[in-house]
Design a protein around this ligand. Sequence first.
Ligand code: LMR
Length: 399
Amino acid sequence: MFQQLKQLSPDTILGVMAKFRADPAASKVDLGVGVYRDLSGNTPVLASVRRAEQEILAAQTTKSYVAAAGREEFNSAVEELVLGTAHAARRDLRARTLQTPGGCGALRVGAELIRASSPGVTVHISDPTWGNHTPLLGSSGLRLERYPYYDAAAHRLRFDAMLEHLERAAQGDVVLIHACCHNPTGADLDPAQWRALAQLLQRRRLFPFLDMAYQGFAVDLDADAAGVRFVTELMPEALVASSFSKNLGLYRERVGALIAIGENRDRADAVMSHMLQIARSIYSMPPDHGAAIAARIFADPTLKQEWLLELAAMRTRIGDMRGLLSRHLREVIGDGTFDFIGTQHGMFSLLGVSPETVARLRDQHHIHMTPDSRMNLAGIMPHNAAYVAESIAGTLSAA
Ligand code: LMR
C-alpha cells in the first residue's frame, strides 16, 4: 500500500518549531511559530479562560455530542463579534455560522463549499500569504493564483498591482483576504484601500473569502473587523473564517467558525445545509471544550471584560516590542530601514532578507524565524531586543 509514498519534508512553520526546540543554546530566540509569548517567554492560559474553564468543568454533566453546527450560543456570539450588532445580513437573517475546529477547519470547509458550488473558479490568494493557505485551500482541488500584495525588499504594500491583478480575475472568482494583521507581512489595508477593494469586488463580481485569525491584535475587536464589515455589507454573498486560537489563546483547543452570508434566507439555509454535510464528511462534529469556554466568556460581562483587558495587554506588549526592536535596529544600522516594524500590526513582520541570511541568523546567533524572514514579534523581549538587532545588523553587514 505505502510503497509509492516518499518521505515529505516537514511543513515550513512546524519545521522551524522543531528546529527551535532542538537548539540547545541558552541564548536562543524564537521568532518562529505564531503564538503569543509573555515577558517570561510563556504562552499563558488567559485568566478569563481559566475561570470559564473551571466553571464549565464544575457544571458539566455529559460529554455527549453537542450538534453538527456546534454550539448555538457560540455561533451567534461569533457572528456578533465578527459582523457587529447592526450588520444587514444579521438583521435580514442571511448569515449562517458553523463552529469549526479552528480557523483551519473554517478555511477547509469554506474551500469545499466553494468547490461544491462552483468547481471551476480560481481562488486568488495574496503573495505572500500564510504558508498553510495553499494546502488548506488547494487540497480541495480548487485552482489557486497569487495576487501581488507586498514588496518584502521595499517593505511596502503593492496595492495598485493587487487591484490590477484582480481587475483581470474572472467573474465569480474568489479572493481570499486577510481581515487584519496580515500573516506573514503585518501590513494591512487602510480604510480607503478597503473601500477601493470592496468596490472592485462588487464591480467585477468577485466573491470575498475573508480570513480573520487575529481579531483584536491590531487595534481592538471592532476596528479590526471594520474591513470585513465593510466588504460583507456591500457584497450580497461572502464567507468569513474566524479563529480564536490567538485572541483567546485557545490554540490547542481548535476553536473557529465559518460564517456564510447568502443573498437571501433561503439561499443562506441551502448554504448551511452544504456546510453541515461537508463538515460531517470531514470531521463529523466540532470539538466542544474550547468553544464552550469562548461562549461563556462572550456571554458573561465580567469574564468578557477580563478577557478584553488581557487581549489589550497582549496587543500592547507586541506593539511595545515592535517599537523597541525597530529603535534598536535604527541605532545599530544607523538609518530607518526597519522602522516599518514599529508601525505594522499583529504578530508578524517580514524582515525582507534572504533564506541564507535567515539560516545564518539561526546557525550563528540562534535566532529562529521562517525562511521567508517572517518574525513573530511576540518572541522579542526587553532582554533580547538589542541582541536580535545587533545579530541582524552583523549578519547583514557580513553578507
Ligand atoms: C503561524 O502562522 O505560525 C500560526 O498560525 C501557526 C500555524 O499553524 O501555522
